[in-house]
Design a binder for this molecule. Structure first.
Ligand SMILES: [Zn+2]
Ligand SMILES: [Zn+2]
Length: 240
């Protein structure tokens, strides 16, 4: 089912029931999806701006930090999503619960769009996770690059890592927009949304399309869902 079809279909009863239960039990009366989105965006952009402003004159090779961080971020996104977000692991059960047991029940390939700004709570990472990412991952690794390679590489690492985090959040948010939204109708967004929509099919979610931002690692490791390939490789077991 593509986005246009989805717009005309009702939310399946089991999904609607889960949404109601989640909204009643997990979304407090003071929660605002707009504030949540603004917090993620403003904190991330502030850290990126601060990091870039701290850079001094340096060598052009230092800018290679950004594509390196992009590739690293893409692999980490893939591994985190294929691993603890879809397979319960000791100490990381919260990731599995929030992603597989909540996000994937709130949104399926038949009902990919949120219905109000309060549903954004089920799309974006919690604000505390952004603070954890900044304090426990981006800052220490940036400090390591600062000390071991050069100050500029340290600042670029932090800017690039936070930039990837924010890009992931923005794109995932766009994947769950109503399909008639002008941003969701852009050609590139329709393509990326389709990739994520296929992942939200319960029969595919543990095997295909683990990249949420850009499907690079999925493409490299052959985990990109492709119905044409599936038809030709398994003629007796067609899937639609
Ligand atoms: Zn999703
Ligand atoms: Zn998933």
């Amino acid at each position: 089912m593509d986005g246009a079809d989805q717009a005309t279909c009702a939310v399946p009863a089991r999904v609607a029931a889960f949404r109601e239960e989640y909204r009643r039990g997990q979304v407090g009366p003071r929660y605002s999806g707009r504030l949540h989105f603004a917090f993620t965006t403003l904190v991330s952009l502030s850290v990126i701006g601060l990091s870039v402003s701290r850079m001094g004159p340096g060598r052009s090779l230092e800018w290679l930090t950004l594509p390196a961080v992009f590739l690293l971020g893409n692999v980490v996104e893939f591994l985190g999503h294929r691993g603890p977000m879809h397979h319960r692991q000791r100490g990381l059960g919260l990731l599995f619960h929030r992603h597989t047991e909540q996000h994937h029940r709130f949104f399926t390939h038949e009902a990919l769009s949120y219905e109000s700004h309060r549903d954004v709570k089920m799309v974006l990472f919690p604000p505390v996770l952004l603070l954890f990412f900044l304090g426990a991952i981006a800052a220490p690794l940036g400090a390591l690059c600062f000390a071991l390679i050069s100050p500029n590489v340290g600042w670029l690492f932090i800017a690039g890592a936070v930039g990837y985090y924010l890009t992931y959040e923005w794109l995932h948010f766009c994947h769950h927009l109503p399909p008639a939204h002008p941003v969701a109708r852009l050609s590139v967004m329709r393509h990326l949304r389709r990739h994520h929509e296929q992942h939200h099919d319960p029969s595919k979610m543990q095997r295909y399309n683990f990249n949420i931002a850009f499907p690079l690692t999925d493409w490299l490791l052959g985990t990109r869902w492709n119905p044409e390939l599936q038809r030709t490789s398994k003629p007796g077991n067609r899937r639609t």
